[in-house]
Ligand binder design. Structure first.
Ligand code: HEM
Length: 512
């Protein structure tokens, strides 16, 4: 019996090899078929999808978008010429639908706002920030958080004179620091960023940082790194499994760690506020939120701590780098266009004089300033692709089908640098916004730097106030001169928004 059993269960090596060979062939066969299906499945672009390049199997057009690093909008100029105002690009399994030109942008983001105002599910918005706050959220949660934030920010000065006084406090310090340089060449980047950041931090959590505050520079470093990474790897956000690849080559884990570090700072601020909270004397945005949180009888996701942390983080991030970068673009252009600088100073002299600082009321009498800042916003083009929107349901648009889950891009660059909208768009020319009498000619409405529709920048009024007071106070008191007069620096900056101006130094000479 035993012998029989032994005989029965002793493996026959030839049979086993045959079996293995057959399994391998079978397995390889299955793999080949699955791979072929995957390739077909990942390349397919059903007829009614917006047209676009076919891309590579599985990864789609990821290499195309990464080819120019942080400048996919430059590639989109060619794709628009080839495929029209609404085209699509595949990134992994998901579809990136790019809307170009003023007509299509208005049709989608204004007329069809109900369909085009959500955010996409990305690694950062869904996995890291769990669709909280203002920027990453959608639907009812976004509506309630945005409405609360706007009305509270108004309470703390948005659109009021009291805010002007806060902004002027920072400007005075900034001008003093500039004056202290005594005509030396100086890179104003850090100080502009600190001053602008102090304004939003003051409104949101009642804090003002000094220039040598190590904590502040750590926050700015995290913020800048996040901006840099999210621009260079934003396409990878659509393929969340990439974070499991060894070595974090798409920096997704780095992005998550940065966001968590920033959130934990906001968490500390909330704890400090809760410990010193006085319901009768709300000091800032955080206090008003906490007051509302205490008032809510049952737990409400809009008024929980994590939503507050992400909202405050959104305001800090969106309110610092953007305005500071626009100021730096404008200074660069004014240094290299002495004629524009002189004309602006003449207008300031005429309207404000030299005995007082400009006030926001002066703006309506200063069309040349409006033309200069509009051109700086167009030319600076700091958010060429705005912030991605997303289709939370299937959408029919201009006879095309945009499937649920697609990322939708408002291509602002397609207006700002379209030669049929702005002649010679590569030239910095404020006169394009003025008529023969020196008044605004209406073309300023074509500049969409703050985007359009329901998601339009929540901080636009604060940003416009900051830009006006900073730039006019600066030009009123100082002449700006470049380091190398005949050669404007080019290229992308070493830090911060990749669409910011190249690094530069300025020589400021006090006007007596
Ligand atoms: C020159 C300065 C600025 C520019 C060019 C700018 C531009 C933009 C753009 C293009 C968007 C995307 C809108 C969209 O999704 O379609 C945006 C959103 C946003 N901005 Fe600004 N921004 C600036 C300053 C500020 C400031 C100072 C704040 C601070 C309060 C701020 C807060 C926000 C917020 C919270 C959002 C998200 C809105 C939402 O998702 O509902 N921005 N901004």
């Amino acid at each position: 019996m035993c012998a029989e059993l032994t005989f029965k269960y002793t493996p026959d090596i030839t049979m086993m090899l045959d079996w293995l060979a057959s399994v391998n062939t079978f397995t390889i066969g299955i793999i080949v078929v699955l791979f072929a299906l995957l390739v077909k499945w990942s390349r397919q672009r059903p007829g009614r999808y917006p047209p676009g390049p076919s891309g590579y199997p599985i990864i789609g057009s990821l290499p195309l978008l990464r080819r120019l690093g942080s400048r996919p909008h430059v590639i989109f100029r060619d794709l628009r010429a080839e495929f029209g105002d609404v085209f699509s690009v595949r990134v992994g399994r998901s579809l990136l639908v790019v809307i170009n030109g003023i007509d299509a942008l208005k049709e989608a983001f204004i007329k069809r706002a109900e369909d085009f105002s959500d955010r996409p599910d990305t690694f950062r918005s869904s996995v890291v920030l769990k669709r909280n706050g203002i920027v990453p959220s959608s639907g009812q949660h976004w509506k309630l958080t945005r409405t609360f934030a706007l009305s509270t920010l108004r309470e703390f000065g948005f659109g009021k004179r009291s805010l002007e006084a806060r902004v002027m406090e920072e400007i005075r310090v900034f001008l003093e620091v500039l004056g202290d340089q005594k005509g030396k060449l100086y890179d104003p980047k850090d100080f502009i960023q600190l001053s602008i950041s102090n304004i939003i931090c003051n409104i949101v959590f009642g804090k003002r940082f000094d220039h040598d505050d190590a904590k502040f520079w750590k926050l700015i470093e995290l913020l800048e790194e996040s901006f840099r990474l999210s621009q260079t790897v934003s396409t990878a956000f659509n393929i969340p499994w990439l974070r499991y690849l060894p070595g974090d080559i798409f920096s997704l884990n780095k992005i998550r760690n940065n966001a968590n570090e920033l959130i934990s700072y906001m968490h500390e601020q909330i704890n400090d506020h809760k410990n010193t909270f006085d319901p009768d004397n709300p000091r800032d945005f955080m206090d008003v939120f906490i007051k509302e949180q205490n008032r809510q009888s049952s737990s409400n996701a809009v008024f929980d701590d994590f939503n507050l942390e992400v909202t405050v983080l959104n305001l800090f991030v969106a309110g610092t780098e953007t305005t500071a970068t626009t100021i730096r673009w404008t200074i660069l252009q004014l240094m290299y266009h002495q004629d524009i600088q002189a004309r602006l100073r003449k207008e300031i002299d005429r309207v404000v004089g030299s005995s007082r600082f400009p006030t926001f009321n002066d703006k309506e009498n200063m069309p040349y300033y409006s033309a200069v800042i509009t051109e700086a916003l167009r030319f600076g083009n700091i958010a060429p692709l705005s912030v991605p929107h997303g289709a939370q349901k299937d959408i029919e648009f201009r006879g095309m089908f945009i499937p649920k889950g697609s990322t939708i891009v408002a291509n602002l660059d397609s207006v700002h640098f379209d030669p049929s909208v702005f002649e010679e768009p590569e030239k910095f020319n404020p006169d394009r916004f003025l008529d023969a009498d020196g008044k605004l000619n209406g073309n300023e409405k074509l500049v969409l730097a703050f985007s359009l529709g329901r998601r339009v920048c929540l901080g636009e009024s604060l940003a416009r106030l900051e830009l006006f007071l900073f730039l006019t106070s600066l030009i009123q008191r100082f002449e700006l001169h470049p380091e190398i007069p005949d050669k404007m620096p080019t290229g992308i900056p070493t830090k911060g928004l990749q669409s910011g101006p190249p690094d530069y130094k300025v020589k400021v000479v006090k006007i007596n």
